[in-house]
Design a protein around this ligand. Sequence first.
Ligand SMILES: C[S@@+](CC[C@H](N)C(=O)[O-])C[C@H]1O[C@@H](n2cnc3c(N)ncnc32)[C@H](O)[C@@H]1O
Length: 225
Amino acid sequence: MFDAIAGRYDFLNHLLSAGIDRRWRRLAIRSLALTGRERVLDLCTGTADLAIAARTARPSAARVVGVDFAAAMLRVGREKLQRRGLDASIALVRGDATRTPIATRSMDGVTIAFGIRNVDDVAAACDEIRRVLKPAGRFAILEFGVPDAPPLRAAYLWYFNRILPRIGRIVSRHHAAYAYLPASVSAFSSPDEFVTILRQQGFVDVSAVPLTFGIVFLYNGRRAG
Ligand SMILES: C[S@@+](CC[C@H](N)C(=O)[O-])C[C@H]1O[C@@H](n2cnc3c(N)ncnc32)[C@H](O)[C@@H]1O
């Protein structure tokens, strides 16, 4: 599915979020408190926007590896890296987020933007994050939520369930991909449940911060030292 929509994916991301997705990515990278020396792994990297944000932040990560199993998404990402002269410091690798070719305890940070709800085996992805992180290494995960406040919640659900899939279908010319988006968000754990999962998976200092009234949550935590 992601291969089929890769060519329109970035445009739709920015359109459907009114450009706020860039801010969410910046906040996720800022939460890693980079100093300029870190190696960061971006799982479910897609077209590499979060990988690029990690490398272009100030201070930035020294080296970023992005992993995704959709070849067409990575192809769009590679074109962006070449255009921006970032192909020497960001490597994009085709692979599964639950079984990466990354060395154990080699990463200072791991990020995932809007990818964890798509992973079949969330526990296996958490295992993989813990395996590749150095002791005390941090993760930052962005995932959709649903605003709590009643009037906003109703308006948002109307947009998310009714309008967004229609715009997505017309622009991407894929009949199912943007209906899958709200369906996959409602099928995913609530923020409290996901925090519990992350703690059960052995991470410490786990937090969930709502962004933009809870449309998105930023999850942070770290591997025990
Ligand atoms: C909604 S996109 C997010 C892309 C990017 N992180 C962003 O912020 O725009 C989700 C991505 O997760 C990838 N994905 C889902 N499950 C995966 C898995 N098990 N291993 C690797 N990539 C996966 C898909 O191929 C897709 O590119």
